[in-house]
Design a protein around this ligand. Structure first.
Ligand code: PGA
Length: 252
């Protein structure tokens, strides 16, 4: 089997006004350019919707891809405040995150809706990063594997393959809290996700599974070296070019 190429993705969430967002993207691009020719990983930044077009232009000459943080399942229509996959594509995106736990919690999104969003994104030629993960209560009740398994099965659209889909396992209680799942727990869940993918897909071995939840320069190396961890979805630490790059360097 060919080795899976790591993906380090930055989820900026609702951070970044114009000037600082462009400066952050440019700073990451400069780091990537200095390694030109021997970058054995993929890089993605997901800025807020207001900055997508400008940052796509800032990164046009760079290897760094740009993604949205969510999309609507429909192409257009009376959906105030929403952004469609076609709009993301039009703004220069190649990727979109769907099913982030903050969307599932703040907007009540369930896996059926996440699957519909992923289907819409695929129809526009976008690669989706599908997020799944259990809450602290679910983990304490011993339900982590079941929750993650059912979110995976429910969110994965027909036609998903290793080219157009990436999975991100993000335990909800580890996001933005400084708490990280133990290496053993991450290894166990990622192996479970890999097994779940094998039931659903023919090229499951090639699909990337990212870990997310308080990934920092100090803990990235031990997580990234796990067999079924193929990169990271980074929130807080992606807002500093130095930190984001230090995490990427653990995969170089
Ligand atoms: P965090 O966020 O790195 O700040 O924990 C990760 C995410 O929500 O994608």
């Amino acid at each position: 089997m060919e080795e899976r190429r790591p993906l380090i993705a930055g989820n900026w969430k609702m951070h970044g006004l114009h000037r600082e967002g462009v400066a952050l993207a440019a700073a990451v691009a400069e780091k990537a350019a200095s390694h030109h020719g021997h970058l054995h990983l993929d890089l993605l930044v997901c800025p807020p919707a207001t900055l997508l077009r400008e940052i796509s232009e800032t990164l046009a000459e760079s290897v760094i891809a740009v993604g949205g943080q969510d999309c609507h399942a429909l192409e257009s229509g009376a959906h105030t405040g929403d952004v469609s996959a076609a709009m993301l594509k039009d703004a220069g995106c190649s990727h979109v995150i769907v099913g982030h736990s903050e969307r599932r919690a703040d907007h009540g999104e369930n896996s059926d809706q996440v699957r519909a969003k992923a289907t819409a994104a695929h129809a526009c030629g976008l690669t989706v990063v599908i997020c799944i993960g259990e809450t602290r209560e679910q983990r304490d009740r011993g339900e982590a594997m079941d929750i993650v398994g059912s979110q995976l099965a429910g969110s994965l659209p027909d036609g998903a393959n290793a080219e157009n889909t990436v999975i991100a396992y993000e335990p909800v209680w580890a996001i933005g809290t400084g708490l990280v799942a133990t290496v053993a727990d991450v290894a166990e869940v990622h192996a479970g996700v890999r097994a779940g993918l094998a039931k659903a897909l023919s090229d499951s071995d090639a699909m990337r599974i990212l870990y997310g939840g308080s990934v920092k320069p100090g803990n990235a190396a031990e997580l990234m070296e796990l067999k079924d961890v193929d990169g990271a979805l980074v929130g807080g630490a992606s807002l500093k070019a130095e930190d984001f790059w230090a995490i990427a360097e653990t995969c170089l």
